[in-house]
Design a protein around this ligand. Structure first.
Ligand code: 8YV
Length: 325
């Protein structure tokens, strides 16, 4: 097994967190490419590269262009931008950055929920515009967390961390997931529409997969109903944004809080113009503290793979690829 890490070439396609780049440069031989595409790497480099560290799209053609590739270390817990199924067929391990961002993203979800229901960003704007002085107190909000029933779509690590917080707020939690999760005490619904019909507050933490594509659509929103609040902290692809915008404008649901969008950074005009939508530019994990921990895990997966032969956090598709060498 190779232990001289300096002899190992790691490709960084596109941008990567500077802390990860600095640590990788200390340990490995680094090849930078402007684009995540096979033709962006010279054939001489392609023959040397054994690992990729990336926060961009890694598709089958890039994987296939690197004959000695062993591992793709991806920044972020969601890895829908990496073709992990194809990597598995090539015996390439894919890793992501779970756990280190769980609590941060759950905190953001709660902040977004409260902002949405209690209109805190608008109330702050009222103060900043001097209207408290000229017009009096901000209006009482129609929305409240009191009495709400919360449904979580996607009961993974982040879903669980959100559920624990919601419990502390004194609200009942239920969930929908591909299957019931062992040891989770909350009520399970076998379909998203059943969950939506039984709650008034739906928080999506679902990953982007072919099964979740536009899963939150007109049917789900109408099941959620006129007092319904929808919060999305998972992936924008899980929502039919045209249906959501229509539901916000015509009162099918009460409000929505969104941190993620279908085609980031582009946000549809009819979502921006919805007065009952609270919108954030995908900041779920965006603190210096947590992004640094994510960057460390990207690097530590590569170090672990090339020095001990086992990755720290392989994704399920490649978890049984076993040890290196
Ligand atoms: C980051 C995320 O915004 O981890 C994820 O899946 O969506 C976020 O934490 C993303 O990884 C940044 O590229």
């Amino acid at each position: 097994m190779t232990t001289d890490l300096k002899s190992i070439a790691i490709l960084i396609p596109g941008r990567l967190h500077p802390h990860a780049v600095a640590r990788l440069e200390e340990r490995f031989q680094i090849v930078r490419a402007e684009r995540p595409a096979g033709d962006a790497v010279s054939s001489q480099h392609a023959a040397q590269i054994k690992g990729i560290a990336a926060m961009t799209r890694i598709d089958a053609s890039l994987i296939d262009s690197l004959p000695h590739l062993e591992i793709v270390s991806s920044f972020g817990v969601g890895y829908d931008h990496v073709d992990a199924k194809h990597a598995a067929t090539r015996n390439v391990v894919v890793t992501n950055t779970p756990d280190v961002l769980t609590e941060e993203v759950a905190d953001t979800a709660i902040g977004l929920l409260i902002n949405t229901v209690r209109e805190l960003p608008k109330a702050e704007q009222w103060l900043r515009e001097g209207r408290w002085v000229t017009e009096g107190p901000y209006r009482l909000t129609n929305g409240t967390l009191r009495g709400r029933r919360v449904g979580i779509f996607g009961m993974g690590r982040i879903g669980l961390a959100i559920a624990r917080r919601i419990e502390a707020f004194g609200l009942p939690v239920s969930y929908h997931n591909r299957r019931p999760v062992d040891g989770v005490p909350y009520r399970y619904f076998g379909s998203l529409v059943e969950l939506a019909a039984n709650v008034d507050t739906l928080i999506s933490v679902a990953p982007s997969t072919p099964q979740t594509e536009k899963a939150v659509n007109a049917e789900i929103l109408s099941a959620l109903g006129p007092t319904g609040v929808f919060v999305n902290i998972g992936r924008g692809t899980t929502v039919d944004e045209a249906d959501l915008a229509a539901a916000l404008h015509d009162g099918t649901i009460q409000a929505a809080g969104l941190d993620v969008f279908y085609d980031e950074p582009n946000v549809p005009e009819n979502l921006v113009s919805a007065p009952n939508a609270s919108l954030l530019p995908h900041v779920g994990s965006a603190t210096i503290h947590t992004r640094q921990a994510m960057a460390d895990l990207v690097v530590d997966n590569l170090i672990a793979w090339f020095s001990t032969g086992a990755a720290l956090t392989p994704v399920p598709e490649t978890a049984d690829l076993g040890k290196r060498g």
